[in-house]
Design a protein around this ligand. Structure first.
Ligand code: AHR
Length: 653
């Protein structure tokens, strides 16, 4: 294993320094002129993949809360997945899943409990949450449930959080009332931190009860919002200070076949009325985290929303057809396209329309009369460039452009940084003058070094670029550094690259269906990968103008070395980023004269270590950026440590 790693590093170094020997700071023009950088350069891309939403960012603790899991989500799943029938203390009765009279037709299944004898402890159900329910001492939890008392007498119901031994961590009791479905709310106070708990709902007297939408939320959600987000994970995203957030995903959007396409209208309104569906990543989407919650989160963290809608075609890999060349793309029937396009227009109205418009009123009814200030809409994701795709994309694009010139459309140019879909996609973008196109690259670390000059020659008169998904296939320091080197080129080309986001963002460590990710988490904690720190250092130090040719490496041109210099005009600060993804420390010179630096106050933020160091849930702090005061005199001859990213921020005022 060790031998393999060492061999890999040696090969990597050889490739980086010999095969791809070119300037990591490619600047043909040697002057120190400045150019404007996109204000929306560094953001995030959220996809419900690897349990990023349910069992992750969405703070709901009950799994399969409305009994809608089914074998079409996963072969062995059904309405009772994550539930257990509890017949303790000599209680007995029957339990069944029904659909005759649901709370709402969009949420058709519910549980029927017929309590013949409630015994000593009550008859009922328990839920195991997502790999157990984790609670914190001193916190309060909002329990709610829809019940229909189907027998004449009121039934006392006890709710408990219990561990394996039966110890109770929080409890509440209430009594049912007759007359149709009714929502019951209780607060459970927890005095002790615990994980692996189960939520018990027990009927304490004989009778008949219909049960649906069993929910348990921490009161401590991000910003305390109802139906909200897990506070620590949301804060981790907020701390990246993303300028935008793309949602609800990539492949998830165009879906595994036409029936699985993500429809934003199914995701708003009261949660019990939303239409749930299978996730393309082979699990279930409760849709509790829907478009309202996405918009609200964007607003909370100051990120511009970038919702993506399918381009009227399903994923080309539908049904696993990537194994036979990705031929699974299907187009919506053309007769459905008018309705589909109306859905896209309605989305814009939902986000931006006045409260007296049809969809603006829905936003207001959800609690947000103020518009969400939507500026971007993505159409399509990595779609195979076929006639079916082009026809439908153009139908949507033409109408959005005509009716909403204020909206900037982001198109798509396939799944890879080159190849047929990329070429065809760009041809199509040029033909239609699409304002921005979305490029994706999941490539080896060497690719990120050897492609540092990729955007230097992009035509500034054509579409701008959104690098919607990129990652260098690993969470080691060396991966993060090659991404950092590439990010200096994104800054340098911030006049043609409008936006960029690492992908994927979040992964539950027990349900990871894609690697690497930016943030890994379990039920109680999360770990910032080294890649996370790189993203953060760039994002919080994003300037608005780029100053050319400030950093030099004493004549050395080597793709493992890269640098950028930006200015933040709000503060007047100058920010220099220097990456050394190579084995040896190297001296660099920062041209003070060109910068006209008066200030002596500066901070150095440095991330360095061994190339294969990484942060894990067990060792989350192995590598963290270290901040120190920095003497600007050193700028003339700054030694860049091997395997490091240095961010030097010089105070403007
Ligand atoms: O980020 C994971 C997946 O990678 C996205 O869903 C898709 O767009 C890409 O193929």
């Amino acid at each position: 294993m060790l031998f393999k790693r060492v061999a890999h590093i040696i090969i990597f170094i050889l490739m980086a320094t010999t095969v791809f020997a070119q300037s990591g700071n490619s600047e043909k023009d040697k002057s120190t002129t400045t150019k404007t950088i996109s204000p929306d350069l560094f953001g995030v891309f959220f996809e419900d993949l690897s349990y990023a939403a349910d069992g992750g960012l969405y703070a709901e603790l009950v799994q399969n809360r409305s009994f809608e899991y089914s074998a079409s989500d996963k072969k062995d799943w059904n309405s009772l997945t994550a539930w257990e029938y509890i017949t303790q203390g000599y209680s007995y009765g029957t339990l069944s899943i029904e659909s005759a009279h649901p709370v709402h037709p969009n949420n058709p299944h519910y549980l029927l409990l017929n309590i013949e004898d409630s015994g000593q402890e009550g008859l009922g159900i328990s839920n195991s949450g997502y790999d157990g329910i984790t609670v914190k001492a001193g916190e309060q939890y909002n329990f709610s449930v829809y019940l229909q008392q189907l027998s004449p007498n009121p039934i006392p119901v006890t709710v408990q959080l219990r561990d394996k031994k039966g110890t109770v961590y929080g409890a509440a009791t209430f009594i049912t009332e007759s007359g149709g479905w009714k929502k019951y709310n209780n607060v459970l106070t927890v005095n002790q931190t615990a994980d692996s708990l189960k939520l018990f709902v027990l009927a304490k007297k004989p009778g008949k009860l219909a049960i649906d939408e069993v929910s348990l939320f921490p009161q401590n959600t991000f910003k305390g919002e109802a139906n909200g987000l897990r506070a620590d994970l949301a804060q981790a995203i907020a701390d990246l200070q993303p300028k935008f957030m793309r949602f609800p995903g990539g492949c998830l959007v165009h879906g595994d076949g036409l029936g699985n396409m993500y429809r934003w209208k199914n995701t708003i309104g009261p949660v019990e009325q939303r239409i749930q569906q299978r996730n393309i990543w082979n699990y279930h989407q409760s849709i509790g985290l829907g478009f309202y919650e996405y918009f609200r989160f964007c607003e909370d963290i100051g990120a511009k929303p970038l919702p993506v809608v399918a381009a009227g075609v399903s994923c080309q890999n539908s049904g696993g057809t990537w194994r036979i060349g990705g031929i699974g793309q299907k187009g919506l029937p053309l007769t459905d396209m008018q309705g589909y396009i109306q859905d896209v227009l309605d989305l814009i109205e939902y986000a931006n329309g006045p409260v007296n418009s049809k969809w603006g009123a829905q936003r207001a009814a959800a609690g947000h009369p103020k518009p969400f200030n939507l500026q971007y809409v993505g159409i399509g994701n990595e779609d195979k460039q076929t006639d079916d795709f082009r026809l439908r994309f153009k139908m949507i694009y033409d109408v959005v452009k005509a009716k909403h010139p204020e909206i900037t459309v982001v198109g798509t140019v396939g799944p890879s940084p080159s190849g047929d879909d990329y070429d065809q996609g760009w041809k199509f973008a040029n033909l239609l003058n699409i304002p921005i196109v979305d490029e994706h690259f999941y490539e080896r670390p060497e690719w990120f070094l050897s492609n540092n000059a990729r955007y230097d020659t992009y035509n500034r008169k054509k579409s701008e670029v959104y690098i919607g998904e990129y990652a260098s296939q690993g969470n080691d320091l060396i991966n993060a550094l090659t991404e950092a080197a590439f990010m200096t080129s994104i800054e340098r080309n911030g006049d043609v690259v409008r936006m960029a986001s690492y992908a994927p963002l979040l992964a539950n460590s027990k349900h990871t269906s894609w690697n690497p990710n930016l943030i890994y988490f379990n039920n109680s904690k999360w770990v910032p990968t080294v890649n996370y720190y790189v993203q953060q250092l760039f994002s919080v130090n994003q300037g608005d103008s780029y100053i050319r040719n400030v950093v030099t490496f004493n004549g050395i041109t080597d793709s493992t070395l890269a640098a950028s210099c930006v200015k933040d005009s709000r503060t007047g600060d100058i920010i220099i980023k220097i990456v050394n993804a190579g084995t040896t420390a190297t001296s660099s010179k920062i041209d003070l004269k060109a910068l006209n630096i008066q200030s002596k106050k500066a901070k150095l933020n440095i991330l360095k270590g061994n190339p294969n160091d990484k942060n894990t849930l067990n060792e989350p702090l192995k590598l963290v950026p270290i901040v120190s005061d920095f003497d600007t005199k050193t700028l003339n001859n700054y030694t860049v440590p091997a395997y490091s990213l240095s961010v030097i921020r010089i105070k403007g005022r």
